[in-house]
Design a protein around this ligand. Structure first.
Ligand code: NAP
Length: 549
């Protein structure tokens, strides 16, 4: 047996214990989902080992340390609900927490519940194989270490596998290249530099206003202008903190019963059934306070093109008003897809940043990148001199992290083969042919269409109960049937077809990764509807799941 104990004594925040190489449960990833899985598995008396690529906990919040990174779900909702003590003792300083604050929260959780004792850092799972004789998963990591577990919990994240973007000539660039999703931990001094950033999704939009004042010049390479709502961020006063904590259960219940798990009640009103004045007033209210929750201010913004057009036009107008230059405005106001169908951003001063003298917008639709040169980027129209190039080009969303390792289930079939034409899951939590393997917040779950914390915790709670149910009956493995899986995939598609989502190119559909099958991946029926389905399935003795002794 290989030992990796050396790591555990040399790095900070590490356990000094020898890892358990053959626990009951192997968890892959020590982000929010992985930590929650450790807590739950311990609670039912199972030994657990989590394997984590990084040398600390936090997952995406460990890696995405770019300037300006913060959450666009409110802190009190983007946090664990499994411990009331934790809820009461943690003090968020802002309504929308910064990445460093979230990272210190996750570290606090890891310390408070001694979770590091069960985490092996600097370990990347490369292979996992189901052994049908022993009913165990056999896992190999990048350094050749071997682990095994009765259960394999894939807590590897939906937005953690960065998309590979390699531009012609990139190797020749003599300046520095950074990725938002792998920002150096020591930070980067951008002062006095000519910086180019590619990508105007949430990451790019958060970074641009923060780095623009630091750099000599910033060029923003934009391909598709997206919609963004201002973040109504503010410091949290002691009074507000006390008020939330006094009624935290009610807040959690409300979020759980809203469509997307945000702390905003979904409107039951159609944007089509109110007067122009009423609609405008509601849009203004949502613009001022809802952030990402703007999508919920009428019930049909994501399901009805006409209703959506009202919202899209309103937001376009609001974006346009923030930009002084007519030419820049023409390029930056989104035009050719409905609001919300591609993940909108929540920004702090993004658009006014283009009013600065040291910021240039390069519209790649008009002037595509031809190549990276030694000294910058050549588009079809100009050469942009750069010292630093930043990629904020996004992720192989929802499936990337699950397909990176080679996972082989029953009969030698790999997950890559099984998902060749798009991800196949039952309830977004299991995949047929992969016994005792669980997927957290993956395709087929509300995941990226929800406050992902709710999807993580409710998914893990449900799986934990199912494990207890299975073991109480003396079973050693459980697996979704292919019929149940096919039925779920069909249901996910039917729900998506009730919306505008499938009509638009987005990472929800796999469109952002060349060659990826085009399938709408997350479950769009809302967290409440999803939970009711989970309850029905467990209430019916876990229909769609086969248990084996
Ligand atoms: P993203 O939303 O996928 O945006 C990637 C950007 O890069 C897009 O503007 C895309 O343009 C552009 N791009 C990709 N490949 C390109 C290429 N080859 N050439 C030129 N441009 C290219 O990725 P992200 O900004 O990292 O955000 C991903 C998700 O992470 C968010 O939607 C959100 O769910 C989460 N996130 C959340 C927060 C938060 O909580 N505040 C912050 C950051 C990220 P196209 O649109 O044309 O493809």
């Amino acid at each position: 047996m290989l030992t990796v104990g050396i790591f555990f004594v040399t790095l900070t925040h590490m356990t000094t214990q020898q890892p358990n190489f053959h626990p009951d449960v192997l968890v892959i990833g020590a982000g929010f989902a992985g930590l929650r899985a450790i807590v739950s598995m311990r609670e039912i008396g199972h030994s657990v080992t989590a394997l984590e690529t990084g040398d600390g906990v936090g997952g995406v919040w460990y890696w995405n340390r770019y300037p300006g990174a913060r959450c666009d779900v409110e802190s009190y909702d983007y946090s664990y609900r499994f411990s009331e003590e934790l809820e009461q003792e943690w003090r968020w300083s802002e309504r929308y927490a910064t990445q460093p604050e979230i990272l210190s929260y996750v570290n606090h959780v890891a310390d408070r519940f001694n979770l590091r004792d069960d985490i092996v850092f600097n370990q990347t799972m490369t292979d996992a194989k189901w052994n049908d004789a022993t009913h165990r998963w056999e896992v190999t990591t990048a350094d050749g270490s071997q682990f095994s577990g009765r259960y394999l919990i894939m807590a590897t994240g939906s937005l953690s596998a960065a998309k590979d973007v390699v531009l012609p000539g990139q190797d020749e660039f003599e300046g520095k290249i950074y990725w938002s999703s792998r920002w150096p931990h020591e930070g980067v001094d951008l002062s006095g530099k000519r910086v180019g950033i590619i990508g105007t999704g949430s990451s790019g939009m958060q970074m641009v206003p923060v780095i623009a004042p630091q750099v000599q010049h910033l060029t923003v390479f934009q391909r598709t202008p997206n919609y963004s709502i201002p973040a109504p961020n503010a410091p949290v006063s002691d009074e507000e903190d006390a008020a939330v904590k006094a009624t935290y259960r009610a807040r959690r219940e409300a979020a759980k019963n809203s469509p997307s798990g945000l702390n905003f009640p979904a409107s039951g009103v159609s944007a089509l059934e109110v007067s122009d004045e009423e609609r405008e007033a509601e849009f203004e209210r949502a613009w001022a306070r809802f952030g990402f929750g703007f999508v919920l201010c009428f019930r049909d913004l994501i399901t009805d093109e006409k209703a959506n057009k009202y919202a899209s036009d309103f937001i376009r107008r609001k974006i346009g008003e923030q930009i002084e230059d007519d030419e820049v405005r023409k390029h930056i106001v989104p035009a050719d897809f409905p609001f919300g169908t591609k993940r909108p951003s929540v920004d702090a001063n993004y658009y006014p940043t283009f009013n600065r003298d040291n910021v240039t917008l390069a519209d790649l639709r008009d002037e595509p990148i031809e190549r990276v040169t030694k000294t910058g980027i050549a588009t079809s129209a100009a050469h942009y001199d750069l010292d630093v190039l930043v990629f904020a080009t996004g992720f192989d969303a929802l499936t990337g992290s699950f397909l990176k390792p080679n996972i082989v289930g029953r009969n030698g079939q790999s997950l890559r083969e099984h998902w060749d034409a798009g991800p196949l899951t039952y309830l977004g939590l299991l995949s047929s042919g992969f016994p005792n393997m669980f997927i957290i917040a993956g395709p087929g779950s509300p995941s990226l269409l929800s406050n992902v914390m709710i999807s993580i915790e409710e998914g893990i709670d449900w799986l934990t109960e199912m494990i207890m149910f299975s073991e109480a009956a003396g079973n050693s493995s459980l697996e979704a049937t292919s019929e149940a899986e096919a039925g779920w995939v069909q249901h996910v598609n039917e729900k998506a077809d009730e919306t505008l989502y499938p009509k638009v190119a987005s990472y929800y559909n796999g469109d952002n990764v060349p060659g990826k099958p085009r399938v709408f991946m997350p479950y769009s029926g809302g967290v409440r509807g999803y939970r009711r389905i989970l309850e029905r399935v467990s209430g019916n003795g876990y229909e769609g799941i086969i248990f084996e002794k």
